[in-house]
Design a protein around this ligand. Structure first.
Ligand SMILES: [Zn+2]
Length: 147
């Protein structure tokens, strides 16, 4: 995407790639040093908004993984209080494998429009094999408009 701004020396409209916005260049017409900027606020405001939502999504992702790690550590601490370390390790492996298998449909459908509904079905009816299969099939169904 390109934009135009007038040179501060001669006023010639200079076309530039918006990625170079904010940089100083030497004007090809008058050899004056000028800064590249966009004066259309509607266009200027779009990239920072996108960056913001990207940042929020990233911190949400970290929160999710942090939650998983904390749950894992607490489970391990509780289990090791009652059992020895070997038993705890094998318990954690079995627990995470079966939890991973149990929530596999919700994981597959995590980016779907109905991700929350799939998770609820998975959570409450996943223990009935048919509920688990329905959740998995639902998670594989394409959203409208999805390629
Ligand atoms: Zn110029």
């Amino acid at each position: 995407m390109t934009a135009k701004c007038p040179c501060s020396g001669c006023g010639t409209n200079l076309e530039f790639d918006i990625e170079n916005e904010g940089e100083s260049i030497v004007c090809p017409v008058c050899a004056h040093s000028t800064r590249l900027y966009r004066d259309n606020p509607a266009i200027t405001r779009i990239p920072p908004l996108n960056r913001e939502s990207g940042r929020v999504r990233t911190s949400g992702e970290w929160f999710k993984w942090g939650f998983v790690v904390v749950a894992f550590v607490i489970t391990g601490a509780v289990a090791s209080y009652y059992h020895d370390l070997d038993e705890t390790a094998s318990f954690l492996v079995k627990a995470s494998l079966s939890l991973g298998l149990y929530f596999f449909p919700a994981f597959v459908g995590r980016n779907k429009r109905n991700a929350k509904a799939i998770l609820v079905l998975n959570l409450f009816l996943g223990w009935t094999l048919i509920g688990w299969v329905i959740a998995l099939v639902w998670a594989c169904v394409k959203d409208p408009g999805e390629k």
